[in-house]
Design a protein around this ligand. Structure first.
Ligand SMILES: Nc1nc2c(ncn2[C@@H]2O[C@H](COP(=O)(O)OP(=O)(O)OP(=O)(O)O)[C@@H](O)[C@H]2O)c(=O)[nH]1
Ligand SMILES: [Mg+2]
Length: 424
């Protein structure tokens, strides 16, 4: 398993401010209120997209913002809503915030709102009622959510490179990726699998070079069967044959029978056969090709990992197959050790609040909706403060605070905001 990670910050767009404005009509000095509501801020949404392979887009840019909402307009015109920001991640990405997983985007198309845009503030037209015909205040737009996130993607190798010891598996992964495994002209140079990210045009896939297999590997001979387990999860096997060995056909058959002995599922995997070290054959390459053909072994590519001959063609063809096979890869590769997450269901009701009496005898009120209203109140405007007081009275917060022991001189906070001077 190979881990791709990124650390970023996302901001939902701020809500636009509501507008205070009055209708202007001939002969009427001050018409009715007609200031519109601010637009909502855009959300930051993460979407799993199978055209994305790694988290490398998040390597340079670290801060992502959705668009802010526009301010309310005259004629009770609603401000423009801020556009959502959609960030594409590869399927399999898990998003963490404050150490816990907040989204697990497994399949293409899965999406989740991670940072919400702020609500647009109400314009003064909103506050007109039978008892309040000339509201001269508006709400401020709510700030968008800000979250720092850790993204994690567990990469499952798409391609497993298999073959006898010393056929050039590690050499191949070293020329197609940034992986730099040990290469040696003795068997079992590789003792633990090497993973590398292979880039072809704008796509990437993960290849895994496993230790050489030999006759009896499925019974634990050589480095044993631990590595067969690694390739069980690959979508495609690249089976390397070495022209330098005595008999490529019997090599091929021996490895195939090891795969079959180990697991039928493994032997049914898509496999492509690649002839390596063709730089050593001179003009004799045709002899090998005919030999394979005679034995009904379809040759996918002839390459020299050492001189890079044929590598580009090989990768282009391989990418095609990788993308095809990814589609076929079933659900079972999705590790379910991460709990399935449900969105947090907080009550949106204004009268859902709690009061904490702190050690210093101050009071902290919490509640999603009441905090939102508090944050959006324009404290420089007496009428807005009146409205705030109306609301907290109506929902019983004023009484509850008094019951809890709060008085004129107490420090009272709603969410983060100190409202000591305003709540009574
Ligand atoms: N001439 C030639 N030599 C190659 C080529 N590819 C690999 N070799 C050599 O073959 C030897 C084995 O290469 P490795 O890449 O270590 O082989 P491996 O399959 O990873 O071997 P194990 O890890 O031991 O199973 C090294 O000496 C390489 O330099 C090639 O295309 N041409
Ligand atoms: Mg090796």
């Amino acid at each position: 398993m190979f881990l791709d990670e990124a650390e970023i910050t996302v901001h939902g767009g701020n809500g636009g401010n509501g507008l205070v404005s009055w209708r202007k009509e001939k002969f009427i000095s001050r018409g009715g209120p007609w200031g519109g509501d601010g637009g909502d801020g855009g959300n930051v949404i993460f979407r799993a997209d199978s055209n994305t392979d790694t988290l490398s887009t998040f390597a340079q840019v670290k801060v992502f913002r959705a668009k802010n909402g526009g301010i309310g307009g005259k004629c009770d015109k609603h401000g423009k809503n801020g556009e959502d920001l959609v960030l594409k991640v590869p399927p399999g990405t898990v998003i963490y915030h404050d150490g816990s997983a907040v989204a697990d985007l497994t399949n293409h198309g899965d999406e989740e709102i991670i940072a919400k845009g702020g609500r647009g503030g109400y314009g003064n037209a909103h506050f007109t009622s039978s008892v309040r015909q000339a509201p001269d205040f508006a709400e401020r737009g709510e700030a968008g959510e800000e979250k720092s996130l850790n993204l994690e993607l567990k990469l499952v190798a798409d391609v497993g490179i298999i073959g006898y010891p010393s056929v050039g598996k590690s050499t191949l992964i070293s020329v197609i990726s940034a992986s730099r495994p040990k290469i040696g002209d003795y068997p079992f140079t590789t003792i633990t699998p090497n993973l590398g990210v292979v880039q072809v045009h704008d796509r990437r896939f993960v290849a895994c070079d496993v230790p050489g297999l030999i006759d009896g590997a499925s019974e634990g001979k050589g480095l044993g069967d631990t590595f067969l387990r690694h390739i069980e999860r690959c979508a495609v096997l690249v089976h390397i044959l070495d022209v330098n060995r005595e008999d490529v056909v019997s090599d091929y058959k021996a490895i195939r029978s090891e795969l079959e002995n180990y697991s039928p599922a493994l032997s049914e995997k898509k496999e492509v056969v690649v002839l390596n070290k063709v730089d050593l054959t001179g003009n004799d390459i045709e002899i090998f090709e005919e030999e394979l053909k005679k034995n009904k072994i379809e040759l996918f590519a002839s390459i020299s990992a050492a001189t890079k001959h044929g590598i580009d063609d090989f990768l282009n063809k391989l990418l095609h197959i990788v993308l095809e096979e990814r589609k076929n890869r079933s659900e079972d590769i999705t590790e379910k050790e991460i709990p399935v997450l449900k969105p947090h269901l907080e009550s949106d009701r204004t009268d859902a609040f709690t009061i904490d009496v702190e050690k210093d005898n101050s009071f902290t009120v919490k509640g999603k909706r009441i905090e939102q209203i508090t944050n959006m109140t324009d404290w420089n405007n007496e009428s807005a403060i009146h409205r705030f007081r109306d609301i907290i009275k109506r929902i019983g917060l004023t009484r509850s605070l008094e019951k809890a022991g709060a008085g004129e001189k107490s420090v009272v906070r709603i969410g983060e905001l100190d409202v000591s001077d305003h709540w009574l």
